[in-house]
Design a protein. Structure first.
Length: 589
């Protein structure tokens, strides 16, 4: 093989790896994070976990990606280590799907139908369809399908290029001698381990081995230990992912390593012990792509069947390796939520967006709790509730900083249109909910001032404020619910309510001024009253902003004022009807 042959082989390898990556990304985008969420939820028993792990890995074409996601789930606390073990085992089975797809390139037949089954025959057609989808389709789903098809075509083209480039090596004695070295089980395992650890994909390293088979110089005796080493080498990705993670997350990555180590040792000892007695004649035969796929599958299925009953043992072994700390750190609900924002999920944007949604929804709920508590303090001050409002406001500030930073990183990733919408909504609404918590503190301070100075509103003022409070409570609850459900239609309910709150604020202010003029209220109470009703009104405005954001992003419109004006003044009958109902409901006595 001359220098040009080497360059061709390297180019084929580059295309092969890129095609695999592109196809995996397309499959992941098409799933929109749903497959990953299934992994998180449907792991109630070991067998189901194995099947799910195998299924998801077969779809996204990477056991390393599945294992890294599992490490992230365990790190974020949404999955227990016990659940992770079965998925990790299943991922090893799922990754064999790639080797079966690649083995199709070895089909040799004069039959037209059989020839068409060969990927090099139909992948150009897939490439044309994929490119057409990518260039001309505006639908996100079709673009994802296009990416999958183009990725597959590039993958198979790279595989074919590699195979053609290495064919001349069949006549090179030095190459044959090097391969003979790897028939030594230990050296073969090390070679497979190092190759897989470097490219961080057992599927890719098995594909490279299948490409080398076309030389006819790779025997089954050489291929078998290399495949065993490849299964251990794929653990490197998960081990690296566990660095800096929680103890359970690092244990999950160790379970992956122990599973492959124990499985490989048992398989190798058993196989070579039987071989020493019986002598398997096929070991000296030249390997082919289908044979490599069979060995890869048989090993992973047998290892899973053997070790699944001992899943608890693997878990305990990981726990013995990484022991618990004597002192446990007390976590707040926010700390637990922040663990959902794992950087490992950024490589799967659909999943990262879903995790961000969960955290943002919890933030919105805490904002509502803080403001409702502050409203209660106005009528009856309680220091314990006041302290809770302060605590919640600090936590919500942390949510805004942590989630905001995570979303900025996520925004740099390529994702589906629906996920882009969700990302825009969360980013825009974060500030609104943080401001609501700020107003909760302002109301709490006003209530504290009244309590400390032993001031009380007049009976009439309390009646009016109670009605006003109910209206504001309703709009806050509506806004939080709309955000959590991503319901863009809620704007038609929120806008008339916001206008009612605005109208009520004006009436409350005028009535209070009259009481001041009649000497029924003090200047000092007047200032507190003004501060409270102003905070309520501003909270209603923030709630309106949330609803308008949902509607605008859903409709791809970004002109807030014109959008709201269209609803109010565009002869919208539903708005008028809602406004009339709310006006009657919150009529001041």
């Amino acid at each position: 093989m001359d220098i040009f042959g080497v360059l061709t082989m390297i180019g084929g390898l580059a295309l092969f790896l890129y095609g695999m990556s592109l196809m995996g990304d397309g499959l992941s985008n098409a799933s929109g994070g749903r497959l990953e969420k299934i992994l998180e939820k449907l792991t109630s028993n070991k067998l189901k976990a194995v099947l799910l792990g195998a299924g998801v890995t077969a779809v996204i074409q990477s056991s390393s990606a599945t294992t890294v996601m599992v490490v992230g789930f365990v790190n974020s606390g949404v999955m227990k280590l016990t659940q992770a073990v079965g998925i990790i085992m299943g991922a090893n089975i799922g990754t064999t799907m790639t080797s079966w797809i690649l083995s199709l390139s070895g089909i040799e037949s004069s039959n037209m139908f059989m020839k068409f089954l060969k990927p090099t025959s139909f992948s150009p057609i897939l490439a044309i369809i994929g490119v057409a989808f990518l260039m001309f389709s505006k639908k996100e789903k079709k673009k994802d399908i296009g990416m999958i098809l183009v990725g597959f075509a590039i993958l198979m083209f790279g595989m074919d290029t590699m195979s053609n480039a290495v064919k001349p090596l069949a006549n090179v004695p030095e190459f044959t001698n090097i391969l003979l070295m790897f028939s030594n089980p230990i050296l073969g395992m090390i070679a497979g381990l190092v190759l897989t650890a470097v490219i961080q994909s057992s599927s890719a390293s098995v594909g490279i081995l299948q490409a080398l088979c076309v030389t006819g110089a790779v025997s089954y005796g050489t291929a078998l230990p290399i495949i065993m080493g490849q299964n251990i080498g794929t653990c490197v990705t998960a081990l690296l992912s566990g660095i800096g993670a929680s103890k359970n997350a690092r244990r999950a990555s160790l379970v992956h390593l122990y599973f492959n180590l124990v499985g490989t040792v048992v398989f190798m000892v058993g196989f070579y012990a039987i071989n020493a007695v019986v002598g398997f004649p096929f070991l000296t035969e030249a390997a082919n792509g289908a044979g490599i796929a069979v060995i890869h599958t048989v090993f992973n299925v047998c290892a899973t069947a053997l070790l699944l009953p001992f899943a608890k043992f693997l878990e305990k072994l990981a726990c013995l390796t990484i022991k618990d700390d004597v002192v446990e750190v007390v976590e707040t609900p926010a700390d637990k939520d922040f663990r959902l924002l794992d950087v490992r999920f950024l490589d799967k944007p659909g999943l990262a967006v879903e995790q961000s949604r969960v955290v943002a929804r919890n933030m919105a709920e805490l904002s509502k709790e803080a403001f409702f508590l502050s409203m209660e303090l106005v009528s009856e001050y309680d220091e314990e509730k006041a302290e809770r409002v302060r605590f919640l406001e600090n936590e919500i500030d942390r949510y805004e900083d942590t989630l905001g930073s995570y979303l900025v990183k996520l925004a740099q990733k390529q994702m589906a249109e629906r996920d882009n919408h969700s990302l825009s909504i969360i980013l825009q609404c974060l500030t609104e909910f943080e401001r609501i918590s700020d107003h909760a503190v302002m109301v709490m301070r006003s209530a504290k001032e009244m309590h400390d100075k032993e001031l009380e509103f007049s009976k009439k003022a309390v009646e009016e404020l109670t009605i006003y409070t109910e209206a504001v409570k309703e709009i806050v609850a509506l806004a939080v619910n709309a955000f959590q459900q991503e319901d863009s239609q809620k704007v038609i309910e929120l806008e008339p309510l916001r206008d009612i709150v605005s109208k009520l604020k004006g009436e409350l202010k005028q009535r209070h001024i009259k009481r001041l003029q009649k000497g029924k209220c003090t200047i000092e109470l007047g200032f507190i009253h003004s501060d409270v009703i102003t905070s309520y009104k501003r909270v209603a405005d923030h709630c309106s902003n949330v609803a308008v954001c949902l509607a605008e992003v859903g409709a791809d419109e970004y002109e807030t004022h014109s959008y709201v004006d269209d609803i109010k003044h565009g002869n919208n009958e539903q708005y008028k009807k809602n406004y009339q109902v709310l006006r009657d409901k919150y009529l001041l006595p």
